[in-house]
Design a protein around this ligand. Structure first.
Ligand SMILES: Cc1ncc(COP(=O)(O)O)c(C=O)c1O
Length: 395
């Protein structure tokens, strides 16, 4: 016996839910790729993508997952043996750093804490020591999807600028773009990396690198440039074909056009507000459930909690069992914890195409599962979550 029948709910932190509207437009047979509608559509994407990263700089599109965009960013701006500084916070900055090592870069890690954001003073201290400007690039993530921390990119960018350090500032927004406020130009970022499958509500397979003038300048002498990813042929294309270094990902282009239209219709500010309210409701529920040796938000600093994903420590409550009950009894898939938190945590993805019934349903299902396990929790987390959402409704 199970209550699982009905529309399944996926609450993992990406790939996120793809709207019907996007799926429908992607469901088409092949058009002509040499002229006509598709060519215009591709160039319209290049024109419109900068606005979602709040930049006037140009974007390069990678037919890949986020790892491909990481690679594109490194190869186009750096040379073998260059020193780069990775600001660790959770899992993904470190994984980007490991890729940089395999790309023949000299990687230094500034270690962080799994429960806190990057400390801008630590960065300032390290850069002050680098008087010969040996460090050529600084890598970090905006939102780490494993720990659910949101780093203060504005402060980190300002720290680099205050010290007049010439290193390129590279930010991974794979889990935050289209969810959290992000201001590439205002926050002095040189490279922004994102991918299609999280806040951008698309299937995986397309990723993006926005590059500042300083990054484009670095590209001219970058010794790691490799054929397929090289910006040279992509930067001033005579034809759409060059934008993608080959045949374009046709269905993804149509899907992305629809996503950008949806973002434009809702407005970025409203998107950030919606994510803030829904994330606040998740946090309110967890804090109501919280008991000694029970559920607890992983990130301790309230200002550094992501609005796209929440990592919840479970203490003595069996997280595997909780996830299993939600999946098998109710059709709700919660995110597995990763990055060293596997044993006693789980994650709720709340990014992209999401509204109050989806998030309240998710929270109520988790509360039901916890009650069914006789877990020690504070009661009526769902009531506190509803109150948060009620405050966002106009009266
Ligand atoms: C913050 C962040 N960076 C990078 C990645 C890697 O992206 P991909 O799996 O698309 O290569 C992920 C994937 O979840 C991520 O969450």
């Amino acid at each position: 016996m199970s209550l699982r029948y009905g529309q399944p709910m996926i609450a993992i932190p990406g790939p996120s839910i793809t709207p019907e509207r996007v799926l429908r437009t992607m469901h088409r047979s092949m058009p002509d790729i040499y002229e006509g509608e598709l060519v215009d559509l591709a160039f319209s994407l290049v024109e419109d993508l900068p606005s979602i990263a709040r930049t006037s700089e140009r974007v390069f599109i990678s037919i890949s997952n986020g790892h491909g965009a990481w690679q594109m960013a490194l190869c186009n701006t750096l040379s073998p043996g260059d020193k780069i500084l990775v600001l660790e916070s959770g899992l993904f900055a470190s994984v980007w750093g490991q890729m940089a090592e395999r790309t023949h870069l000299n990687v230094e890690y500034l270690s962080g804490d799994n429960r806190l954001p990057i400390d801008p003073d630590m960065l300032g201290q390290r850069l002050s020591e680098d008087t010969s400007h040996e460090i050529k690039a600084i890598l970090c993530v905006h939102t780490d999807t494993a720990t659910s921390v949101r780093n203060d990119i504005a402060k980190l960018g300002q720290t680099i600028r205050n010290l007049d350090h010439p290193a390129l500032f590279m930010v991974d927004c794979i889990a935050s773009l289209g969810c959290e406020q992000y201001e590439m130009d205002e926050w002095h970022v040189d490279i922004t990396v994102a991918a299609s499958q999280k806040g951008l509500m698309m299937p995986p397979g397309m990723a993006f690198v926005w590059a500042s003038q300083q990054a484009l300048e670095a590209h001219k002498s970058a010794g790691l440039r490799i054929g397929y990813f090289d910006w040279d042929q992509r930067i001033n294309p005579d034809h759409m074909y060059q934008l993608f270094c080959g045949t374009p990902p046709i269905q993804h282009l149509y899907g992305l056009r629809e996503v950008l239209n949806m973002i434009d219709e809702e407005g970025l500010e409203n998107i950030w507000f919606r994510h803030q309210v829904l994330a606040d409701s998740v946090r309110a529920a967890v804090q109501t459930w919280q008991q000694p040796d029970g559920l607890e938000l992983n990130i301790t600093d309230p200002k550094a909690r992501s609005n796209a994903v929440t990592t919840i420590r479970t203490g003595s409550i069996n997280s595997e069992k909780l996830r299993e009950i939600c999946a098998t009894q109710a059709g709700l898939k919660l995110g597995l914890a990763v990055g060293g938190l596997e044993a006693d945590a789980f994650r709720i993805g709340h990014m992209g195409y999401l509204n109050p019934p989806m998030i309240l349903g998710t929270l109520a299902t988790i509360e039901s599962a916890l009650l069914s396990m006789n877990a020690s929790i504070g009661r009526n987390g769902i009531g506190t979550a509803a109150e948060i959402i009620a405050k966002a409704f106009p009266n």
